[in-house]
Design a protein around this ligand. Structure first.
Ligand SMILES: Cc1cc2nc3c(=O)[nH]c(=O)nc-3n(C[C@H](O)[C@H](O)[C@H](O)COP(=O)(O)OP(=O)(O)OC[C@H]3O[C@@H](n4cnc5c(N)ncnc54)[C@H](O)[C@@H]3O)c2cc1C
Ligand code: SF4
Length: 496
């Protein structure tokens, strides 16, 4: 235990965010990192409680809690407190291939299940993770470590998001020759073309890809498997295949006027923005601009937040974000106890920026979109909505049903609507070509833990297998699929 009285002496401190008025003028990181001494105090707050719920992924009453990759959190909190940073890095790398990604973008279910969080603010685990890995890079402790021997086995991985990258990293360590195929022009999946630059700068992704390439992994970009290369070549030319293609089919909103110009999927908006930012600092104009427009984001989740923040940086005229569900409570509801993920209201970075600019949180809860109206050229002009509430009908299924509230109809001016309502699963084409079975939600059918599909030697991991999720879960699944793929190739495995 770092310091027996640490949690009594020090209060939780998280890195300050740059003021919204400043950060909306650029695409640079939001946070100002804590100093080493501040981090030492934060590490000291860890109580090394007898049963650390933070480091173990568990399910309580159907809700998951704790770190999905079982990071050894109390151990590295203690080591940071003692200033033994290199040992902390060794511990961290045992369980996490990419702490520089999770340290920036993970929602930190670990902190939601920290024991200290029962009656005090939890330990700032995510920031300590970030600091350990960044110190590792700045001190030069992280260098390419190619495997000593090669097995002669060849593995293809389709998709270069965090699941594909974690899988590739592990299989390469086991000595297999790994090729990662990616249809986009850059590696990284949603790390590169989903999450905006201010949350995850793309040179951080490139830094890791450079290391992995130096360790012997082959990356092939601009190639869509199933279109540019027949899927059958993956199984004939390689000893095993891992599908990490993501859940890339966005949910549509099939209401009248949905095909008007000016209605875009959130991922298309975000991808084009990052691509243009990286290619030309937005000078090429090859992105969907929100400048001077009334923008409505439909979907109150994290992707919607990224759209809000991006539209603000384009200098949109006005902004609203619709959520069909009611506003969550300010504190945990009785049926959502610790250590479950708290379903509570929070002002995320995009909404904070919108509030600073326009005076209030842009989210409108309990709003249903009924219709889009355009002009004679087919360009969107208005969004028509009605308010809804959710009621449990007596004698019904027990689940709340949506009810429109008469008299709450409203017309919103809008020239750009961004649809951020989640994803429906992986695209069917490649799975069909390989004859891989899909489950009831259209994901690649492969059991969690074994990750093997119905086709011998073909595995599936990440969002393509579990549906839309988180970077940390993609890393978990990529590691697991690598372990099972290694077992398939060698008859046994030492991979965790
Ligand atoms: C806008 C947005 C923001 C998000 N923000 C966060 C966040 O802050 N924190 C967090 O934890 N999670 C976040 N997520 C979720 C997270 O990004 C995903 O859960 C994670 O990236 C899934 O990883 P993956 O490797 O399974 O798939 P992906 O990252 O989707 O990667 C799949 C890759 O496969 C490629 N591909 C697909 N088919 C083929 C083919 N036939 N041939 C070649 N390549 C192919 C795709 O081009 C893509 O690059 C966000 C998601 C979105 C959409
Ligand atoms: S990966 Fe996420 S859940 Fe795990 S320790 Fe880091 S911030 Fe917490």
């Amino acid at each position: 235990m770092a310091k027996p009285t640490g949690f009594l002496e020090f209060t939780r401190e998280t890195p300050a965010l740059r003021p919204p008025e400043q950060r909306i003028r650029d695409w640079l990181p939001l946070q100002i990192p804590l100093t080493d001494s501040g981090l030492k105090d934060q590490g000291a707050r860890c109580m090394d409680c007898g049963v650390p719920f933070c480091h173990k992924s568990s399910s309580y009453q159907g809700a998951s809690s704790g770190c999905p990759i079982n990071n050894l959190i109390p151990e590295w909190n203690d080591l940071v407190y003692r200033g033994r940073w290199q040992e902390a890095l060794d511990r961290l790398m045992k369980t996490n291939n990419f702490p520089e990604f999770t340290g920036r973008v993970c929602p930190a279910p670990c902190e939601a299940s920290c024991t200290l969080g029962l009656d005090a603010p939890p330990v700032t685990i995510k920031n300590i993770e970030y600091a350990i890995i960044e110190k590792g890079f700045s001190e030069g402790w992280i260098t390419a470590q190619p495997p000593q021997t090669r097995t002669g086995k060849k593995v293809a991985i389709v998709g270069s998001g965090p699941a594909g990258l974690a899988c590739a990293d592990q299989l390469n360590r086991a000595g297999h020759a790994v090729t990662v195929f990616e249809r986009a022009d850059r590696i990284g999946g949603l790390l590169t073309y989903g999450i905006p630059n201010m949350k995850l700068e793309k040179h951080i992704v490139d830094r890791r890809i450079g290391l992995m390439a130096a360790e012997g992994i082959t990356f092939v970009t601009g190639v869509e498997i199933g279109r540019d290369i027949p899927a059958g070549r993956m199984t004939s030319d390689f000893d095993a295949l891992v599908l990490c293609t993501g859940a890339t089919r966005p949910r549509n909103l099939p209401v009248p006027g949905a095909s008007l110009s000016g209605i875009q999927f959130a991922v298309d908006f975000l991808q084009a923005n990052t691509e243009s930012l990286l290619n030309a600092n937005l000078a090429d104009g090859e992105f969907i601009s929100a400048a001077g427009k009334d923008v409505i984001v439909i979907g109150g989740g994290d992707t919607g937040t990224d759209c809000v923040a991006t539209a603000i940086r384009h200098q949109c005229r006005s902004l609203a974000q619709f959520e069909i569900m009611p506003q969550p409570p300010l504190n945990r509801a009785p049926d959502n106890p610790w250590p479950q993920w708290p379903k509570v209201y929070k002002l995320d970075y995009g909404q904070e920026e919108a509030a600073a600019l326009y005076g209030s949180d842009p989210r409108r809860y309990g709003v249903l979109t009924k219709e889009f109206i355009g002009d004679e050229k087919g360009q969107l002009q208005e969004v028509h909505t009605i308010e809804v509430d959710w009621v449990v009908s007596p004698g019904g299924s027990g689940r709340p049903a949506m009810r429109e509230i008469p008299g709450t109809e409203k017309v919103w001016p809008a020239q750009l609507v961004l649809l951020a309502m989640g994803f429906l699963g992986p695209e069917d084409g490649l799975l069909a070509q390989l004859a891989v079975e899909q489950d009831g939600r259209s994901n690649a059918k492969a059991a969690y833990g074994t990750f093997n599909t119905n086709i011998d030697g073909v595995f599936a991991a990440g969002d393509a297998r579990r549906g839309q999720s988180l970077v940390v879960w993609a890393i978990n699944e990529g590691r697991g699929a690598a372990r099972e793929c290694d077992r398939y190739l060698m008859g046994e495995t030492d991979l965790p």
